[in-house]
Design a protein around this ligand. Sequence first.
Ligand SMILES: [Zn+2]
Length: 156
Amino acid sequence: MKLTDRDLKELFELADQLGKKRYHKLTDRDFENYRKFDYWRYINGNSECGTTQESKDWVEKHSNWYCPICGENYSAKNGKTIDHKLPRAQYPWLAMNFMNLWVICQACNQEKGEKHWYEYEHYMFVRHSELYLAVKAARPSQLLESLKDENNRRGY
Ligand SMILES: [Zn+2]
């Protein structure tokens, strides 16, 4: 970790710790949520993916004209996508957790890929420092707090 941001280091440790513990205790419900997202997801600009009215409404409510990361108009960047802040592949039980979802443009979604949130912040800090504050502002602190609570409650 080259970043000296203490918050980011704590976030890294927490997400990693909780993620690994929880990943080994996946339930049928977790898999169901993981699959549910495939059907529910919204990608406007790419017809390959399924969309539902519910996800369209959600996107309508949680976005405006501009991508929160790059600040570009969505239509100039191939449309809107729903992205998982903590990647679905590594945090499948958070696939349908709304605290884990945000709307970003296709290009930013592709660049983010399957990175962990902390990797993503670090990547943006190094590669696109002018966009770092926008990414930091979207940090899923509330979600991580709730993971911490779940962790304590279940005693993992
Ligand atoms: Zn963007």
